[in-house]
Design a protein around this ligand. Sequence first.
Ligand code: IMP
Length: 426
Amino acid sequence: MPSLCVFGAQWGDEGKGKIIDHLAADVTHVVRYQGGSNAGHTVVVGAEKYVLHLVPSGVLHPGKVNVIANGVAVDPLLLLEEIDGLIARGVAVSSANLRLSARAHVILQHHRRLDALAERWRGEGRIGTTGRGIGPCYADKAARVGLRVCDLLDPARLESGLRVALAEKNALIQSVHGDTPLDLGEQLDLYGRLAERLSSFVGDTGAELRDAHRAGAAILFEAAQGVMLDVDHGTYPYVTSSNTGVDGIPAGVGFPPQWIGRAVGIAKAYCTRVGEGPFPSEEHGPRGAELREAGNEYGATTGRPRRCGWLDVVALRYALELNGATSWIMTNLDVLSGLGDVPVAVAYRREGRRFETFPAELSSLDAVEVEYEHRPGWTEDLTGIRRFEDLPRAARNYVEWVEASVRVPIETLSIGPRRDQVIHRS
Ligand code: IMP
């Protein structure tokens, strides 16, 4: 199997965890390359449910190499908590199956603190971040004042780096935000201890992956969040701070783009979003609440209720095209059972103009009216079906109609949270 990237083609929470877990069976390596513990990938194995934030989903398959590459913003405290939690549940995690890039940037306590404080400062314009310090960590990376995993492992660099960082961040925390400063001694002690525990996992993961590729490895690049949250291509500024599609791989891994193979998008049969920002096909009425309950749409990382709405073909076509997706996987089709007719956003209208392409400026999105097409619904439970031909006719028609509208084939349907609840299409 050639290497491939699996990315979210909506606003995150498309069900990537389950699909990546499913595909991981056929690869040798699973690589996270952007984002951080803002992600929450849910995987159900038998009666056990795992929510992974930083550790790649391949960890649940014995014998796979899981890599946290340089593009990930790594919170060492949360990473070690996650590793300990997995080991406590009988999942093997060691330097043989988990690798951490020495070049990855580290999320420190002041990043988390400043994430929350900046949100307060933004007031009405708040982004609704996960509060995990993602934005401030990537900002420091771009400003060239961040600390990397390799700095954490070097006591002298850790000391000087933290001293300089806290001098500035504490001034900001105190003078601008009026909050209590962080103590350098305590922080040094904490990160010194964490570094010791993390050291066995650390290496030059880019070089390891390039070597593996040359030796014939099949690498699965596991994106977090979704393309509509991409810092360059999403609904800026209501986005996360990384490149969430295939675009994040070359820089976030140290892997040539021409080696990636193929890109597979994941999208739900409807749409959700957490946090603030434009969501043209959001359903504000009781049907939105019905979707939320039917799909159990609550954030895996923050527990926040997700905003729910209908599939948006304009946004999905954009996300698939941008990433050169050769196929995609539709998840949560089962959730639409019994919800009546199924509206789908097919175009936006503004000032008498009709668009079928996704606009760049937020102002256009705020003011758009959405044109819906209503597709016939179905009532049957889909969760036990394993062949496309056995789906109710209306469900099959829905899938085929969406596929024709986005002009990219659907290779697999997911119809429940368990590993086996998938329908492959030839
Ligand atoms: P941040 O990534 O915590 O800075 O949050 C920025 C925006 O991305 C917010 O709207 C978050 O709700 C959203 N976001 C971040 N991670 C995820 C995710 O894994 N799923 C869905 N939304 C996310």
